[in-house]
Design a protein around this ligand. Structure first.
Ligand code: ADP
Ligand code: MG
Length: 273
């Protein structure tokens, strides 16, 4: 979806934002991501501010607005991992969230990268966190269209559920900062690891390496292997369906292929592992 520029926003929206941050000289678009209608760094007289926003559809909350509201609701519960939400502007059919700006780069998940240790630390912390009441999505519902029984994925852990390398920012001091809490859900803790696997495969890890890496987490090691097989299959099948419904979107085909690679590996595993 093409993203809007600062000048495309209606004047009342720009006025309301400038009440928060002072005069705005422009917006530097975010380098990645595609969920919000506008995303980037505002060059404001009070300093840089990261902004994400979406337009309502005929006064209704569309899925983008819903994701932003979800992200805003969760933000206070995931400090200090998430950049702090500073303000919200709801004006002239737009919802904008203003976040503390973080000077950082995207994580590198390639084998041997030092960022993998940072990722592991973040995951270990999240694995121990119960989802606060503000988290309303139930992760297992994602697979209801392809599975009769999704209870193996249900639970009360906090799952970011979208830890792709563009959502894990690394500051020059090596500190991790996790962004994009739009799909944060409650579920079984091992599901966070399962959802990360396609990104590790994409970065060049082999399925064997990924399997060894996941096994170090107690939630994974303690889960019935047939549940892990089931999700591997359901993930691949969901993306295969989405990709065949939308063949012009290359990232859907890519997720389907990565999911299939992992599902094939699970099918070939020796019994009991
Ligand atoms: N608080 C922030 N400060 C600086 N850059 C950010 C901040 N939040 C996100 N970004 C950058 O913007 C990109 C897109 O933001 P994200 O929240 O992931 O939105 P999307 O839903 O569009 O993926 C991130 O990958 C990151 O590069
Ligand atoms: Mg993102």
């Amino acid at each position: 979806m093409p993203r809007s520029a600062w000048g495309d926003l209606p004047q009342p929206v720009r006025d309301a934002v400038q009440e928060q941050v002072g005069a705005v000289a422009g917006l530097v678009p975010a380098p990645s991501g595609n969920h919000a209608h506008i995303a980037g760094t505002l060059r404001a007289s009070s300093g840089p501010v990261f902004v994400k926003g979406a337009r309502k559809e005929a006064d209704r909350d569309g899925p983008e607005i819903w994701s932003l509201r979800n992200e805003a609701r969760i933000n206070p519960h995931v400090q200090p991992y998430a950049p702090r939400l500073l303000w919200t502007v709801e004006e002239a059919g737009w919802l904008l969230l203003g976040f503390e700006y973080v000077e950082a780069r995207h994580a590198d998940y390639t084998p041997g990268s030092p960022d993998l240790a940072v990722l592991t630390e973040v995951l270990e912390a999240f694995q121990a966190m119960a989802a606060p009441d503000a988290v309303v999505l139930q992760v297992e519902r994602r697979w209801q269209p392809v599975l009769a029984d999704v209870s193996a994925m249900a639970g009360g852990a906090l799952l970011h559920a979208d830890l792709n390398p563009a959502n894990l920012l690394i500051t020059p001091e090596g500190r991790a900062c996790v962004v994009d809490w739009a799909f944060t859900s409650r579920g079984a803790a091992w599901v966070e690891l399962a959802l990360l696997i396609p990104w590790l495969l994409k970065a060049g890890h082999s399925p064997d390496q990924v399997a060894r890496w996941s096994a170090r987490f107690p939630s994974w090691a303690g889960t019935d292997p047939t549940a892990i097989d089931l999700l591997a299959w359901a993930f691949a099948e969901s993306w295969r369906r989405r990709s065949s419904a939308d063949p012009a979107v290359p990232w859907k085909a890519e997720l389907a292929a990565l999911g299939q690679q992992w599902a094939d590996h699970r099918r070939a595993r020796p019994p009991g592992r």
